[in-house]
Design a protein around this ligand. Structure first.
Ligand SMILES: [Zn+2]
Length: 436
């Protein structure tokens, strides 16, 4: 089992992920994707879009603005309830999430319960606490030059509301039949009190969400279909091992009041089991909120029967960074003295690495360049490496997960064959250039 520190270290060493604003000493809860990380992240997001939108007839994309009318967050309940229990140490003024200091506590922990647990301040080790306050996790800002209450806006804490607010527009412009889904990818922001666990709990993340609108009577069948498809996506497209994914049926007392069914898909991360994605039956909660707050009808009119009703919704929601870390930690292996990222071929930043055996032999370099251009035309994701010796190149390509390394040597000049080394087995075979 890989350790989180090993993955963090690999990410920095090979240019996948750097601490945010690293050059200025960092900024808590932010991370920057480097060249390799951008490539992997984009492939993950593109594969999701391809699977859920491009390949289906009942899914459509939207890309809403991050800044939304503040009524959005009143309607959704975020202004009132999107809060964490905050407690302050009166000695050192450190602020913490109360529920994270007490074993087994939930977000609804009361001051009495917290004080009864007799925890000491993690910083100064004293026990002198304030009352628990509700800390709203939305980032607040002001739109325009005037800083009064009428100008308040929030960085969106989820992408989902950008879908609900566009439901009416989509229904009135493209007339989709039911069931249909709206998908969105984009940034969301949460002012976490204590960001931690690398990219698992950061203050800025990318989400991929679908709101799937169904007839109220169909929700159970559609929910089950969606659950199975999520597994298909995670296992077949993302290459995650099925035995590391656990469907956690959330019991009624822990579910949101409007939800009759919620499944948290948990994943065995290096630091233990954590939520990878959520699948929630939200009934008509969100559309009814929009209808109430906007005064506009959210009813869907069936073209054939003429009946009108507010559709119910099933929401699969996944964080890109959580999925990224699941993919990375599943692929990470240390074996026979080497570190190797066994990424699925569709996600690896590069499919091929091309190099001349010796970089001081112009005839080898020339031939290798030809092969590189050829493969680049054919596969796009091809990298060139003539640094160090061949052993060092293999080591680097193993660590960034390149499935095949192609080496051009003197034999190539004679018979047009090249050495192809396999990342996972390290086996080498001779192949004709045309066979690549
Ligand atoms: Zn303290």
């Amino acid at each position: 089992m890989s350790k989180l520190e090993d993955i963090v270290s690999l990410c920095k060493r090979r240019g996948f992920i750097f601490p945010g604003s690293d050059v200025y000493g960092g900024m808590a809860g932010t991370w920057d994707f480097g060249p390799l990380g951008v490539s992997l992240k984009r492939k993950i997001m593109d594969a999701w879009w391809h699977f859920w939108v491009d390949q289906r007839d009942d899914m459509y994309g939207v890309d809403a603005a991050i800044l939304m009318n503040p009524k959005t967050w009143v309607a959704s309940g975020h202004v009132a309830t999107f809060a964490d229990p905050l407690v302050e140490c009166k000695e050192c003024h450190g602020r913490f999430r109360a529920d994270k200091l007490v074993n087994g506590a939930t977000e609804s922990i009361s001051t009495e319960e917290f004080l009864a647990a007799k925890v000491k301040c993690p910083t100064c080790k004293k026990e002198n606490w304030s009352e628990i306050k509700k800390f709203n996790m939305m980032f607040q800002t002001h739109v325009g030059p005037v800083e009064d209450d009428s100008a308040i806006a929030y960085l969106r804490p989820e992408t989902a509301q950008g879908i609900f607010t566009n439901y009416r527009n989509v229904v009135d412009t493209i007339y989709p039949g039911l069931p249909f889904g709206l998908a969105q990818q984009g940034k969301a922001f949460r002012n976490e009190i204590s960001p931690r666990d690398f990219i698992l709990r950061d203050r800025e993340c990318s989400q991929m969400e679908i709101e799937y609108f169904v007839r109220p009577e169909d929700w159970e069948t559609e929910f089950e279909k969606m659950r199975q498809l999520q597994h298909q996506f995670l296992e077949d497209v993302m290459g995650l091992p099925a035995e590391k994914i656990h469907d956690l049926e959330v019991p009624p007392e822990d579910r949101a009041h409007y939800s009759k069914r919620t499944i948290d898909m948990m994943f065995d991360y290096p630091n233990g089991e954590e939520e990878l994605m959520g699948l929630v039956y939200r009934a008509d909660f969100d559309l009814m909120n929009v209808q109430r707050e906007s005064g506009k009808s959210m009813e869907y009119r069936d073209k054939n029967t003429g009946e009108s009703f507010v559709p119910h919704v099933i929401e699969p929601s996944i964080g890109v960074e959580r999925l990224f870390l699941a993919v990375l930690s599943s692929a990470y292996a240390e074996e026979e003295g080497r570190i190797v990222l066994k990424l699925p071929e569709n996600l690896a930043p590069y499919n091929y690495c091309v190099s001349p055996l010796l970089k001081n032999k112009p005839e080898l370099v020339k031939k290798a360049r030809e092969v590189y251009e050829l493969l680049k035309q054919k596969y796009t994701f091809v990298t060139w490496d003539d640094s160090g010796n061949i052993g060092k190149r293999y080591k680097k390509q193993d660590e960034i997960g390149t499935p095949k390394c192609v080496v051009i040597d003197f034999e190539t000049l004679e018979d047009g064959s090249v050495t192809v080394r396999d990342r996972d087995t390290t086996e080498q075979v001779r192949l004709k250039i045309e066979a690549l």
